[in-house]
Design a protein around this ligand. Structure first.
Ligand SMILES: Cc1cc2nc3c(=O)[nH]c(=O)nc-3n(C[C@H](O)[C@H](O)[C@H](O)COP(=O)(O)OP(=O)(O)OC[C@H]3O[C@@H](n4cnc5c(N)ncnc54)[C@H](O)[C@@H]3O)c2cc1C
Length: 437
């Protein structure tokens, strides 16, 4: 078996694929490259942590009163080693696409010297920085569910300190770059310009929160205001789906504010918005701007906001040996793991095709929003939609089957170390849309 943690082997003559980032997009793309290109390449994954964080289930753990850090990390070193993929635990500091090199600093212990590594193919899968530090008052007054630290802070507040006051849930304004302009993923379609990075989570948290309030005799949806900088919340799900969701939410008693501009500041009393409005709230659960990492800004492979520019084959047009997958890619809008999953397959095929290992390079990206959000008490909503990009599908289902699918997907992901077979998604579609609901 391969060693657990190795430095990239420089004597290996095979083309070197360097994957930056080892969460959903990075792990997935490394596995797909190995699947399609076989032993034609050596592959190295670099991440500052050696565990995958299973982000989508953080809200569920919080509302079920479990510390999300206890259940949502999966080791990636052994699964990668089992596929003959090297792992380097390091902080990526710089990319030089002209010299085809990356500089990183090993970060197992402080004081490491920076190293430079050359690549033949580079796949950037570094996600984004979630800019809580740009929301005034967040540290003192804000909560969220975007990582286990935030999730645990919210769990403790909710289950130990909550005084029964009003609750506000929503997103800060997302600043999308110009890197996906002109792309046409469906005939006459586009990658739209989004004002919020990912609004499945606020919808999920609002519905789960109402259920939690009821279960704890603290009221219900009437205590919750949901807000969005956009024209419509979760508009990437498609107008029909959002109309359905808003209709249901309105009848349940949720309050809704749209086009708020941005979050101006959080205070003890509530949320103040850029457009001058405000909402009173004891608990403020917010989703920040998804911003590109600082060291990516200004690179010749990055767009006006630092997101990595690609075409719909996930390849950079100026540096064809550079690809991007997942949240860091300019075309990934909304910032959804399911879209990164679609992109990982594309990159695996393209690199294998380049190397003569695969005759068919596969189809370019035709993004589909797949989202299964928890609603509490064993129920969830399921969305499959591509209408925002110019497609014709908009499906919303709610009930127990989507919840079972959400839990089953996580079990399958852990058991198969991230190698979720295509039939996993197909089966989910079939179950959620046709058989049971
Ligand atoms: C609450 C919540 C619920 C969600 N639910 C869903 C859902 O139901 N379905 C769905 O499809 N999506 C969902 N998402 C979105 C999903 O979590 C993201 O789209 C997904 O995590 C993106 O994967 P990624 O690998 O591109 O980026 P990330 O998950 O952000 O991973 C980036 C990796 O890069 C590493 N990294 C970053 N910078 C450096 C550096 N300089 N040096 C070394 N390593 C670095 C990080 O350590 C990390 O491992 C949800 C998001 C949230 C917040």
């Amino acid at each position: 078996m391969a060693a657990h943690s190795t430095s990239p082997r420089t004597t290996d003559p095979r083309p070197h694929v360097l994957v930056l980032g080892g969460n959903f997009a990075g792990l997935g793309v490394a596995q797909k490259i190995r699947e399609f290109a076989g032993d034609a390449v050596r592959i190295t994954v670099v991440d500052r942590k050696s565990r995958l964080l299973y982000v989508p289930n953080i809200p569920l753990e919080v509302f079920e009163n479990r510390n999300p850090a206890e259940n949502l990390f999966m080791d990636i070193v052994r699964p990668l080693a089992d596929d003959g993929i090297d792992f380097v635990r390091a902080e990526v500091n710089a990319i030089d696409p002209v010299a085809k090199s990356v500089r990183w600093t090993p970060d197992e212990r402080p004081g490491s010297a920076s190293e430079t590594c050359r690549y033949d193919y580079l796949v950037v899968a570094l996600g984004n920085r979630l800019a809580f530090d740009r929301i005034e008052g967040y540290a003192e007054h804000g909560h969220s569910v975007t990582d286990t630290f935030q999730g645990e802070k919210l769990r403790r507040y909710l289950h130990e300190d909550y005084r029964g006051g009003p609750i506000a849930i929503g997103s800060a304004r997302f600043h999308q770059g110009d890197g996906a302009r002109g792309l046409e993923p469906y005939p006459s379609g586009a990658i739209p310009y989004a004002l919020a990075a990912c609004e499945g989570p606020p919808v999920e948290v609002m519905l789960s929160m109402a259920d939690w309030l009821k279960r704890h005799d603290q009221g219900g949806p009437e205590k919750v205001t949901v807000f969005t900088p956009g024209e419509l919340i979760a508009e990437d799900a498609g107008v029909q789906v959002v109309d359905q969701l808003l209709g249901i939410a309105g009848r349940m008693g949720f309050k809704y504010l749209n086009k708020v501009g941005d979050i101006k500041r959080l205070t003890a009393a509530g949320v103040e918005f850029l457009d001058g409005r405000s909402v009173e709230a004891e608990l403020k659960i917010v989703f920040p701007d998804w911003r590109a990492h600082d060291f990516l800004r200004g690179l010749p492979i990055a767009d006006s906001e630092g997101f990595i520019v690609t075409d719909l084959t996930m390849r950079n047009p100026d540096f064809p040996n550079v690809f991007a997958v997942g949240d860091c890619a300019a075309v990934t809008v909304p910032k959804l793991g399911a879209i990164g999953h679609q992109q990982a397959e594309i990159v695996g095929r393209r690199i294998a095709h380049d190397l003569g290992r695969l005759a068919d390079p596969g189809a370019p990206l035709a993004p589909v929003v797949y989202c299964i959000g928890d609603m509490g008490s064993g129920r969830a909503f399921y969305i499959r939609s591509n209408s925002w990009f110019g497609g014709d599908t908009q499906i919303l289902k709610m009930g127990r089957v989507p919840h079972l699918l959400k839990m089953h997907y996580k079990t399958m992901f852990y058991e198969r170390h991230g190698k979720v077979p295509a039939w996993g998604l197909d089966a989910a579609e079939l179950l959620a849309e046709k058989v049971f609901v």
